[in-house]
Design a protein around this ligand. Structure first.
Ligand SMILES: Cc1ncc(COP(=O)(O)O)c(C=O)c1O
Length: 418
């Protein structure tokens, strides 16, 4: 039985892996090539503004914070229940991350708490669209306009395919990620979309002066889809875990978040998006209507299954999934709340189902992050603390099939009842 998972190469379909394989044999295309400009143009056509490409979204965010001349001690409001690399980028640029609580109905910033957290030192608000559920951009835009502060959309987990969507188009800036499990994937990669001409000049400089990644790193990114396709097949015969452990030991896999990052440390250096990653991200972007349609189908299936099983659907998902073009956004994952989420995840492993996605067990994800070093005060954002304890996400990625979704719901219902 093929494993059900969040992290075993979620975008690594056969065509994706074949593209990766072809690129392995064309090392002259790894660092520089035409795909970087093609990706930039495709993003610019879709979202307007100026687009700048970097090695990761965290480096894109750091480049942006430098471009707006964030000064030492200035504050950036971010939500609790976020990825550690976001506050790390703020810190690395000399800023202070200020955590605001989330609205449990959307898993996004609670606007009332944002208002409470604003001070004369606030320079920007980062609006994360968690798992593709749209943040309340109307309210956040208003707050920013009234106070003269920047609105940065964190679109790491959503890339709209509908030109009338306000997402990635309402903020002064938007950050995109092309990480391995994001809305689209280049295995690694990030971008800033800037609607501000003066910041665009500084961002262009930052991109031009960014360093190149070593060839060995690009090579390992290109191996990633192949390794995980093999691992998924080996899980069928019970050898997947050992195979992945071996690949890790041989350092063939590059972690998404390093131990140093979990301690609150980011080395502030900017690297270019390798052309090979741009080529994969471009392919992924060309597939966006298909990827998003697939995510919407699985989301609808999960909503129906929740109804049959008496599980509450998070209200923001109902809104996100209604047929209005403004609200109909694909989910990168389908979050549900269970009081025994950790226990369920553990027992589902017996069914070859791996739902650990890093977004549990800690307000600043992944689990094990040093929240004190990240200046989060325990108890400060109670809603976010509850969310991270009871959340369990179901996959909607390109390699998750409808048959697997059906099996997942059956197993979840069985395990939940016992
Ligand atoms: C919400 C959010 N923002 C930003 C990032 C950073 O993305 P990247 O891995 O490309 O640096 C992540 C990644 O994990 C994320 O989940």
């Amino acid at each position: 039985m093929y494993p059900i998972h969040h992290t075993f190469g979620p975008h690594a379909t056969l065509p994706f892996a074949l593209r990766s394989l072809c690129l392995i044999f064309q090392p002259w295309k790894w660092r520089n090539g035409s795909e970087q400009e093609s990706l930039r143009n495709a993003l610019q056509q879709s979202f307007g503004g100026d687009v700048f490409l970097f090695y990761t979204a965290r480096e894109a965010l750091a480049a942006l914070l430098r471009a707006i001349h964030l000064r030492s001690g200035e504050e950036v409001i971010i939500q609790a229940f976020t990825c550690v690399v976001v506050p790390n980028a703020v810190h690395a640029c000399g800023g202070v991350p200020i955590y605001a609580d989330v609205d449990g109905d959307t898993l996004n910033l609670d606007c009332a708490d944002v208002e409470r957290k604003i001070t004369p030192r606030t320079r920007a608000i980062i609006a994360q669209h968690t798992f593709g559920i749209p943040a309340d951009l109307t309210c956040l835009r208003k707050i920013c306009d009234e106070r003269g502060i920047f609105l940065i959309e964190d679109c790491a987990q959503v890339l709209p395919d509908d030109p009338s969507s306000p997402l990635a188009r309402t903020g002064d800036f938007a950050i995109l990620s092309f990480g391995r499990d994001k809305a689209i994937s280049g295995v690694s990669g990030g971008a800033v979309i800037s609607q501000k001409a003066d910041a665009a000049v500084a961002l262009a400089d930052a991109e031009r002066n960014a360093g190149q990644l070593p060839f060995s790193v690009v090579f390992r990114f290109l191996l990633y889809p192949l390794i995980y396709r093999k691992a998924r097949a080996l899980y069928v015969i019970g050898l997947g875990r050992a195979y992945l452990a071996l690949c890790k030991k041989l350092r063939l896999l590059i972690p998404i978040v390093t131990p140093e990052e979990k301690q609150g440390n980011m080395i502030l250096r900017l690297r270019k998006l390798p052309n090979a990653c741009a080529a994969l991200a471009l392919y992924s972007m060309q597939q966006l209507p298909r990827i998003n349609a697939h995510r919407r189908n699985l989301t609808q299936y999960y909503i129906d299954a929740c109804g049959r099983n008496g599980w509450n659907v998070i209200p923001g998902i109902q809104i996100a999934n209604c047929k209005s073009p403004i609200a109909n956004h694909p989910l990168q994952k389908f979050p549900l709340f269970f009081p025994n989420a950790d226990g369920l995840r553990a027992s589902l492993k017996e069914d070859n189902i791996f739902l650990d996605d890093g977004w549990t067990g800690c307000v600043i994800c992944p689990r094990g992050t040093d929240t004190e070093a990240l200046e989060y005060t325990a108890g400060a954002d109670p809603e976010a603390e509850q969310v991270c304890e009871k959340i369990l996400c179901l996959p909607t990625h390109p390699t998750m099939t409808m048959q697997q979704a059906q099996r997942l719901i059956l197993c979840l219902a069985k395990r939940h009842d016992h």
